[in-house]
Design a protein around this ligand. Structure first.
Ligand code: GLY
Length: 321
């Protein structure tokens, strides 16, 4: 398991390796499929795992699951069982997955002690008549599906002591590798089909039972196979009150590029929110044409992978209105 110190050292190394790439222009189309886009620098390893799955003959959905499983296993401090605990000192994980063909979706929230929430979400989608399962019932379902459980009761990061040992209080508006990340990963397949997924341990120190945006369709993730897909990271409450990723896809439907659609949603939220300067939200999006983009209220590095290219790109904090 990666220690906090090691994680921060790795994060610093990744940050140093970030390549500054200009924001894609309005007309930019990669026409290089499959295209994989995900949140944060750690998304690069997830993208590359997703690409391997696609190159092995997997579907975009297989790519999403393989990529996010990589992050859930990576020692990430905000995704999977290595993620930060809630206020009571234990982890409650959220995830969802969407498959463009058939507009299928599956989701889990408040899942405890299961190694791969994204795989449980996929099984909810594929093996139940439902879309979302929560809490102990989601765990029972995961176990009935043979999903691996891990006893985290002695995990050093998942204890009330962890909080006492923190060097500083986590401020809820910080959106960074220290307190609050989410993997949202979008795939545009070589055949033009779309899929996406999202997985997180949620806001560090959240109230037990709190569910964020990540497992909520149209908030943390939305995929429309006719138009595009979008994913979110940041303060879930500020995403889910606005159905942000649904709105991004709708703006793309109306003709906006992925970058413009992400910016327009930030504009919309800023225009409505009583605390427009404390949002702490970031988005990635891809469209059916193979264009991609991002925007955030903070500087936002995100990962982009297509054949012959795999880099962390970065957008500056999107200016206020
Ligand atoms: N964006 C993840 C969460 O707020 O839980």
């Amino acid at each position: 398991m990666t220690s906090r110190r090691t994680f921060l050292q790795q994060s610093a190394a990744v940050a140093a390796a970030i390549t500054l790439i200009p924001r894609p222009s309005r007309a930019m189309s990669t026409d290089k499929r499959p295209l994989i886009v995900s949140t944060w620098p750690f998304g690069k390893a997830a993208n590359e795992q997703a690409m391997k799955a696609l190159q092995a003959g997997g579907s975009p959905l297989d790519g999403v699951e393989a990529g996010i499983r990589q992050t859930e296993d990576s020692g990430n401090l905000s995704v999977g069982l290595s993620g930060k605990p809630n206020a009571a000192g234990f982890g409650q994980l959220d995830a969802c997955i969407m498959n463009g063909p058939g507009h299928q979706a599956g989701s889990v929230a408040g899942l405890e002690g299961i190694r791969h929430p994204i795989s449980v979400a996929r099984r909810v989608m594929e093996r139940t008549p439902h879309v979302m399962l929560v809490g102990q019932s989601a765990r029972d379902f995961a176990l009935s599906e043979g999903q691996e459980s891990i006893d985290t009761s002695n995990h050093p990061a998942l204890s009330a002591k962890w909080w006492a040992q923190q060097e500083r209080q986590v401020r809820p508006t910080d959106v960074n590798a220290d307190n609050h990340d989410t993997i949202a990963l979008l795939v545009l397949g070589a055949d033009g089909t779309l899929a996406g997924g999202c997985s997180t341990s949620g806001l560090a120190g959240k109230m037990p039972g709190r569910v964020g945006d990540s497992p909520i369709l149209g908030s943390g993730l939305y995929v429309d196979n006719q138009v595009g897909a979008a994913g979110a990271t940041g303060i879930g409450e500020n995403v889910m009150r606005y159905c942000a990723t649904f709105l991004i896809v709708e703006f793309m439907r109306q003709g906006a590029t992925p970058t413009e659609a992400c910016q327009q949603v930030i504009d919309r939220i800023r225009s409505l929110d009583p605390k427009p300067n404390e949002l702490g939200i970031c988005f990635v999006a891809v469209d059916k044409q193979g264009r991609y983009g991002a925007a955030g209220t903070t500087e936002f590095p995100y990962a982009v992978t297509y054949p012959g290219y795999s880099e962390v790109e970065k957008v500056a904090a999107y200016p206020g209105n």
